[in-house]
Structures are given as C-alpha cells and as structure tokens.
Ligand binder design. Sequence first.
Ligand SMILES: [Zn+2]
Length: 294
Amino acid sequence: MKKSVIFSLLVLFSTQALASINIVATTSSMGMLSRTIGGDLVKVTELAPPDRDVHTLQVRPSMMQALRQAQLVVSIGAELEQGWLPPAIESSSNPKILPNSMGYFEAAAQAPLIDAQANANRSQGDVHPLGNPHVQLDPVKMADIGLALAERLSKLDAANAAKYRQNAQQFKAAVEAKLPQWQKLSAGSTGVILYHKDANYLLTRFNVPLLAYVEPLAGIPPTASHILSLVQQFKGKKGVILHTVYQGNAGIAQLAQQLGWNHVSLPLEPVSNGNQQAYFAVIDQWLNAVANNK
Ligand SMILES: [Zn+2]
C-alpha cells in the first residue's frame, strides 16, 4: 500500500473517531456553554442574536434548517422560549430533539428557580408562571448547568464522556477563580431597579439589593402610575436602573430623570459564537455598572 493511501486512511479513521454532535443553542450564552463543554467534539449553531428578545423570537428558515439537522437542542427553558421553540421543533420533524427526549436540554431545569412557587400565571399577564427562567447571568449556576450538560453529552457520545466532564470541571474552576473579583465589585452596592426580572440570579449571587422593577408585572410595559409610584418610593435614595438593549422605552428615561439616577443598558447575552471570556465580560459589565453606583 502506498504511503499516501495509508495517510488518507489514517485521516479518514481519525475523522470518524471524533464525534461531532450538532447542537442548536437558543441563545449565545447557551451556545457559549455548549462550545465550552463540547470543545471540538461539537458543532454549535446559535438561534437568537445576542441583542434580541428571546421571549418573542421570529423563527427564520435558516433556524428551521439548523433544527432539522440537530442532535441536541440547548435552551434556557422554563418556558422562556415557549412562544416559538416548541412550534419550531414540532415543524422541524426531527424526533431526536423533542422535549423530554435525550436531544432536548433545558438549563433552567438543572437548578431550583427563583419565584418557582409564586403562583403567578399567564392570565394575570405574567410571562414566567414556572418561575424565573433567566439563569444565564449567574456564573455559579452556569457552571453547575455545565456539569449537567457534560452528563447529557456523555449519554449522546459515551466514548468522549471523560473529555466533556473535564471541560465542565475546567469551566467551573474558571468561574470560581473569578468570583473574588466579582464579589469585590458588587460589595456595598446601594441597589438596582431592573426593567424586567432578567438579572435576578446575578443580583442574588452577588448580594446586590433588588429594589423594584420598571415593569409592573413581568412582560407588561410600565404604566404612568407605576412609574409615579416608583418615583415616590425611591426619591432621595441611591440606586441605578439596569436594563437591556431591547428595553429602551420612555418609562426608563422618565424614571431615571425624576430620581436623578443613571440608567445603563447592558447585554443579557455574550457576543455571538463567543467563548468563556466573552461570557465573563458580560458579568464584568453588569457588576461594573453596579460598582459605579456605590
Ligand atoms: Zn423574562
């Protein structure tokens, strides 16, 4: 056998020995986690650009194409993507990724949720009746979700289980190494008014007081009377209003002006196809906004 043929066979063999699991992640934080845990054993497609409201995403043909080819869907879950993901999975005709199957993973299902027992329901307007789904800004929770994702990948690709577990442990160690710096930034914060309940896990993790929401109820835009009641409640006190890019409405500006507070727009998600550093940069941004308000 000629050397070139042997070489070709070796290349072929080594390519086949590497699993390549097709993952579709609903957001870039889920994409980051999938890439971090899966390493070069996975291919990740992210559905929502980082500045998009994941509560209401428009499903495009390219997203359907990705879902048809997926072996694993990694979502934030707890009904955050309820409005568009289940119908998209249904019409993808891909049984591997149906909810409750091995190819469907929800980050929020891996850990207890804030407000899980709040008895809220959609008829009252609350968009999160199962509890708060926005887990991605708590790096410690994300590390635990990474361990669970490693176990799921190990079930789909047992031959590489040790690698997935090692990657998850490395991510956990990287988070733990950053914690003292993050805790230092957040210490002594006077508190935050959030637009929506999308950074609660971050604030809870770093002991930052959550003062109120600009939304009167999750998913309901602010009314003039709600803004007025917030002004009356917090006038003369110190704090900062934190929101994200798609929440820039008049209520925020009005509240900030009347309280004399800053309002800061921050990303809820890392840049598209970002790595661990891109995710840590988002946490840095939020905690810097908190720190600048002491
Ligand atoms: Zn929400």
